[in-house]
Design a protein around this ligand. Structure first.
Ligand SMILES: NC(=O)c1ccc[n+]([C@@H]2O[C@H](COP(=O)([O-])OP(=O)(O)OC[C@H]3O[C@@H](n4cnc5c(N)ncnc54)[C@H](O)[C@@H]3O)[C@@H](O)[C@H]2O)c1
Length: 412
């Protein structure tokens, strides 16, 4: 039986503490009076002194008017408040005479723990970031039946204390969840972007509802049910690897045309513009990274793959040429290698000098849903001294005489 303390026994903390109390000795502390049949409510000194594990479930409040119940998209963006978390950490420091395992549950934006909290915690304690995917109305059930348990450590490794937390959770779980271990920052990101995916999904289906109301002869459920059953591409892991942007003969132009439809039917917003604008800026960010690598190494930029995907000749809607556009806009020339591409502008057959390559094509990622697992083979000889920027992060990092950069992985 573990000795556990919960600082903050509000809407989330109290139910979670009571689930823990079914198997363990649990104390709770709050700045307002709370009662419980199974959790011993006590002062902070007793809680810290008596607990080996200290879970922090205090609020990280939004500013007034930032909860989404009234319009706020016109207001200046604001971070959550961190005062209660800082207060809880200070109280642990002030009251602990021995090393504690401190577990922060409260939701914070990516980067917050490392930037704001860790420097405050007495280094004799061990710290984990462990946000919950729990919803009001089903806190106790969610706690014992989570889809995954997210555990953040300093370097993302499964440290001893992270392993101990997993063992602790195993004592209360009704299911056998995934345990996702990452850096504090990755775990902050998993939690908050999980919620964002839900918001984006709901925003999209409600947009279809708006179109149904405006255009006529459309039952939104017929459309969304058909999409919901589309497990090959939409409802599943496909398109969940960050890399090159959406491309091809259909997707970009469909969204560009849908901007017209949104205006024509006066739905009042334009998600397509937002998606397409983000796509362009993402391409520009990648292009500027190539430009930076080129200036650092003194090597020219070559984009490996010009067609919008491997194995086809079509350059229509190509994200490679969009990236190339922004490289040129930044003042550098660009060359492409692609034996198939139907647009030969700036395409070379060989590159007989070292270069900064953008590894735009990845056959395996594009075609593995068909069962085809074969990787992209180089379209030309890559000379020693080259730098390969791999936006798919699949090329090995230990290639002889070639530097591989995994774009999107800042952990290395
Ligand atoms: N409620 C949920 O469904 C849910 C789900 C996932 C994550 N979260 C996150 O968990 C955190 C807590 O959420 P909540 O809904 O339980 O909030 P809440 O306001 O209901 O509960 C927080 C509790 O902490 C107490 N508290 C405030 N400052 C304190 C301090 N300095 N020391 C000790 N106690 C203090 C409050 O009195 C309150 O009882 C937030 O970061 C929230 O985003 C909540």
């Amino acid at each position: 039986m573990a000795k556990i303390g919960f600082i903050g026994i509000g809407k989330l903390g109290l139910d979670c503490a009571e689930v823990m109390a079914e198997k363990h000795e649990v104390r709770g502390y709050d700045i307002v009076p709370r009662t419980s049949d199974s959790v011993r409510v006590c002062d902070i000194a007793e809680l810290v002194e008596e607990s080996e594990w200290i879970f922090i479930a205090v609020p990280t409040p939004h500013a007034e008017g930032y909860d989404g119940s009234v319009p706020s998209s016109h207001m200046e963006p604001r971070d959550f408040g961190h005062e209660a978390v800082i207060d809880a950490i200070n109280r642990v420091n002030a009251n602990a005479t021995t090393s504690k395992k401190v577990v922060l549950i409260s939701t914070v934006l990516p980067g917050t723990t490392r930037r704001k909290f860790i420097t405050l915690l007495d280094p004799k304690h061990q710290f984990l970031y462990n946000p919950y995917l729990i919803a009001m109305g089903s806190v106790k059930w969610d706690m014992a039946n989570p889809e995954m348990v997210i555990i953040g450590t300093e370097d993302g490794s499964l440290t001893g204390v992270a392993g101990e937390l997993i063992d602790l959770y195993k004592t209360i779980m009704n299911n056998d969840p995934r345990y996702e271990v990452g850096t504090w920052d990755e775990c902050e990101a998993i939690k908050i972007f999980y919620n964002t995916f839900i918001s984006a999904k709901v925003g999209l289906v409600n947009m279809i509802q708006d179109f149904a109301m405006k255009i006529g002869n459309i039952n939104v459920d017929v459309v969304t049910d058909a999409l919901a059953k589309s497990t090959m591409r939409i409802m599943g892991p496909k398109y969940m690897t960050a890399g090159m942007g959406d491309a091809g003969a259909c997707h970009p132009r469909d969204n560009i045309a849908l901007r017209w439809l949104a205006a024509e039917y006066e739905v009042g917003y334009d998600l397509f513009d937002t998606v397409m604008h983000a796509r362009e800026i993402q391409a520009r960010n990648l292009a500027l990274f190539l430009v930076e690598e080129s200036k650092k190494s003194g090597l020219p930029v070559v984009i490996h793959g010009k067609a919008y995907k491997p194995d086809v000749e079509y350059c229509i809607g190509s994200y490679s040429t969009l990236v190339g556009f922004y490289v040129k806009e930044a003042g550098l020339p660009v060359a492409y290698v692609d034996p198939l591409s139907d647009n030969k502008d700036e395409v070379v057959d060989t590159v007989d000098h070292p270069a900064v390559f953008l590894w735009a094509h990845n056959r395996k990622i594009t075609y593995e849903y068909t069962g085809d697992q074969q990787d992209t083979q180089p379209y030309c000889k890559i000379m020693p001294g080259s730098v390969i920027v791999d936006p798919w992060r699949k090329l090995p990092l230990d290639m002889a005489d070639i530097t591989v950069v995994h774009y999107g992985n800042t952990r290395l």
